[in-house]
Ligand binder design. Sequence first.
Ligand SMILES: [Zn+2]
Length: 202
Amino acid sequence: MAGDIEPSCAICGAPPYPTCPHEDERMELAIDQAQARWTAMQGIRDWVLNNARDQVMSTFQQLRLARYQLHLAYLQSLPCFTLYYRYNGQPPMMQPAQLHMLHSQITQANALFKQGVDEDWRRSCLQYPEVLDYYFNRVGYVLPDETDPSHGVAAKERPRVKAKKEGIDAGSAKDAKRKESRRSRGTTPPAPPRAPMPGAYR
Ligand SMILES: [Zn+2]
């Protein structure tokens, strides 16, 4: 029996070929769980979200302020608006028709202002995907150098990288992916003689 015999499925015990999906599924689950346990991820998310939210809010507030200033300037340009305002909407010396006219102009302007603010908010919120991308891209990260012997993967796991590279070299990308997941467990089978040396890749 060859030394590089493939193990059966660790989950259901089925023979190695044809490949069953269990190990890949469990691996996805395990990495999702490990990622959830990794506190840095939450820290990054919080930082990105807080900054994105601040930026969207600040854009909105600027738009709203500019719109409010225009709205106010328009109201102040209406005849008798100051008077109307000073008497809380019931100035004693205005004709009813004139008052009615002013009142409807103000009501219409207020409705337009509200509509404009809603539009400003909607447009600000639509910036989220772009703003989130911007802040995620500002997060720096360093992946450990795989060739550095001191990088902290336990010795028994180090062959995984090698197995993956052999898999990629051996066949098409799709096959390689399958082999990678089958092979990336525990012990390393002896490298086939045709395996290139590390460093021969790309
Ligand atoms: Zn299985």
